[in-house]
Design a protein around this ligand. Structure first.
Ligand SMILES: NC(=O)c1ccc[n+]([C@@H]2O[C@H](COP(=O)([O-])OP(=O)(O)OC[C@H]3O[C@@H](n4cnc5c(N)ncnc54)[C@H](OP(=O)(O)O)[C@@H]3O)[C@@H](O)[C@H]2O)c1
Length: 323
């Protein structure tokens, strides 16, 4: 079968199309004939070496895939064969024509939801749903969503607007700002290095009850003085700027603020519990999915380039050409 192998840590060129053996389902697993493989931001960090690799290269790359179940292993319901699912792998093996995954990591795609759309929304949508619940947002609160035009930020904006909260968002440049505004946010351009000063102007006398922090780095400490003392909570889930926020316990304690870490295996297990909900919300039209474009599987490296150039307005999905 056709597959994309990560040959080493580096630029997009380390993702090389090749022939690989077709996987078989072991106990507790299923095999999916892939129709749509989402290209995810955290995957670009793994490829670049910013996040740890799940195995020693070379290996078939990728976290998630969507398609039709062709085979089930021992202990897995055989009735799943022929059903459309999105699966999460054990960290690799998704950029391929056939993908093996634990059956417990499969989410059925509801009727009426396109397979590529399901692939595009599943990870970012379920992370946003878990973040929104963890924040316990209420309608009288003011929320900051960073990088809100695409991915987790775009779904967070939709959820927070649905709760009725005031949503202030950041995005890079006019086109991304327009997209974030469409989801119900007031928008500040985070390409302006003084964007936290702009945020102060927008807030006026009000303060931020919740900050969903995906940018991290040196901008984050400036946000602490803009947060509601005692009630304010910051949920840290990404480091788009390249590193975590340099915040110490005393910065939080003296302001009565809460920092909630939203990463790591236990967090991701919580996120998995929201996958079915997110696909149901797409099916009933309450969550708008963001699918940027569909590229052939062999163009995986090009997809990574587009994400790194911040050129995407939704998730890129790779489509294998089965022979
Ligand atoms: N903890 C978790 O469970 C979890 C799960 C998934 C993702 N994440 C993290 O969440 C973050 C967003 O991921 P995603 O999948 O939602 O990505 P995404 O929206 O598909 O793409 C990232 C967006 O972030 C913006 N961006 C890129 N570099 C930036 C920078 N240096 N400063 C500010 N904004 C920047 C870009 O928007 P503009 O063009 O508007 O700047 C880009 O569209 C990443 O850090 C990712 O690792 C965490």
């Amino acid at each position: 079968m056709r597959a994309i192998v990560m040959t080493g840590v580096g630029g997009p060129e380390v993702l090389v199309p090749t022939e690989a053996p077709r996987p078989a389902a072991g106990a507790g697993e299923l095999v999916v004939r892939a129709e749509a493989v989402p290209v995810l931001y955290p995957e670009t960090a793994i490829r670049a070496g910013t996040f740890p690799t799940p195995a020693e290269p070379p290996f078939v790359f990728g976290f998630q895939s969507a398609g039709t179940v062709t085979e089930t292993g021992a202990g897995v319901e055989t009735g799943l064969v022929g059903r459309r699912v999105v699966v999460a792998t054990n960290g690799f093996g998704a950029y391929a024509e056939y993908v093996v995954a634990p059956a417990v990591q499969a989410t059925l795609i509801p009727d009426g939801v396109d397979t590529a759309v399901a692939a595009a929304v599943l990870m970012s949508g379920s992370v946003a749903a878990a973040l929104t619940d963890t924040a316990a947002l209420t309608r009288d609160e003011t929320v900051l969503v960073e990088a809100a035009a695409t991915g987790v930020g775009a779904y967070l904006t939709q959820y927070a607007a649905r709760v009725g909260a005031r949503v202030i968002a950041t995005a890079g440049g006019p086109a991304k700002a327009a997209q974030a505004r469409k989801f119900g946010a007031e928008v500040i351009d985070h390409n302006d290095l003084a964007w936290t000063d702009r945020l102060r102007d927008v807030l006026g006398a009000t303060t931020l009850d919740v900050v969903f922090d995906s940018i991290g780095g040196t901008a984050t400490p400036a946000l602490l003085d803009l947060m509601t003392p005692v009630r304010g909570r910051m949920l840290g889930y990404g480091f788009l700027s390249g590193g975590p926020a340099p915040i110490t316990a005393i910065d939080l304690v003296n302001r009565g603020l809460t920092l909630i870490g939203c990463a790591g295996p236990a967090w991701l297990a919580k996120v998995a519990g929201y996958r079915a909900q997110v696909l149901d919300e797409v099916a009933d039209g309450t969550l708008e999915p963001l699918l940027d474009t569909i590229l052939p599987l062999d163009q995986a490296a090009r997809a990574h380039e587009l994400i790194e150039q911040r050129a995407t307005f939704g998730t890129i999905v790779l489509r294998p050409h089965h022979t």
